[in-house]
Design a protein around this ligand. Sequence first.
Ligand code: GFB
Length: 399
Amino acid sequence: MYLITFLVALFYVATSVQEEYCQLKTDSCSQDVTEKYLFYDVNPPEGFNLRRDVYMRFAIMLAEAQGTGKRLNWRLVLPPWYNLYHWKASSSKSLPIPWSAFFEVESLQSYAPVVELYSIFEKTKDKELILDRVYVLQNYADAFKDGVFTEKWEVSDGCKYTGYWGYTNVTSNEVVCINFQGKVSKLWEIISLHPQDKNVMFAHGEIPLHDSYGTKNYWDCRRSMRFNENLISRAEKFISKHLDCHTKLCNNYISIHWRRQDFAQYRKKDVPSIKGTARQINKAVKKFNSYIDKVFIATDAAITSLRNLELELTQLGYSVHYFIPTKTEIEKYKDGGIAIIDQIICSHAAYFIGTHESTFTFRIQEEREILGHDSSTTFNRLCPDSGPCEKPSKWTIVH
Ligand code: GFB
């Protein structure tokens, strides 16, 4: 009996030492060590385009660790898209949606070791997944204590987690609350608390910051986020048919991301009225290229507001276009896919004007940088009808 206990303990210590060693040092241990999975989730009210940024933080965290030969056995699990606050279509609500609906997963894998959640279920007993630990990240009450922002974390209390992306067959052995502030790679310190853990999750993945925002590594990751081919084809078909452009760098239409809804309601000092929007579009076209007479509008506005804007622009001599999906297309592409189609159409335009501080706009700007538009045609924003209008930050591509 004692001998068995001793052998089990010896095995445990040996595995643990080997795994620690592999995590810290070697580039060849990974073949000997079991695959480990890093899961994450994001605060439920956060939208699609912030979530895309959170993905990049984690993907870069893994890619950078592996670039130095460490933690080669870790995989990042792509959190399915489930019940997003802004997504209204029933096809977007019913079931968790895999990443392949919106992105080319092989392209994501060319940058970071990512896997879809459903592929993990295929490996588990009875398709049940029990995570070793969920760390629920929380902000510190005072991020700038004594006026300084320091990276730190500590185990705390008062949290719970019940999400699991809408799946009822996922649970965890322990939920741990962590007050956290700092860069995403600092999460490795928390993971190291339990070197035996194979399935580790972070809830509130939006709290850790980017390790390398705007660097070459950031852009390599961003470039790997290629959209699903069907969405690209649908967008290009629209551009060709309605906007009469047959390349990715069009010279004959201007595009606008006109964020309304909560922005029009709560951010009045940042967004224009309908008339003000039409005036600004007209002014921008006259300055950029007065031969342009086509305007494409991507928006979450109610159809009545959109029709009013269309009327204003038509009176100024423009032909106005927007992508209205059919019922079948809503079923097929879902809200996320429709949003991406809008973004692609905006990204091909000769000139783009976005909405201040909208992550939807930021993703279009990145897409345009990747396509190779001149930055002066990209980092433009709609201003309020009156009052100050801060210029948008320019995050230009790094190769
Ligand atoms: O993507 P997102 O986080 O951008 O959220 P923001 C906006 C959502 O609204 C998108 C829809 O995911 C779409 O579902 N949407 C917005 C659009 N604009 C368009 C558009 O032009 N076309 C289409 N098809 N859909 C954040 C919010 O929004 O702003 C937060 O996520 C919060 O909840 C914050 O409100 C202030 O960054 O613009």
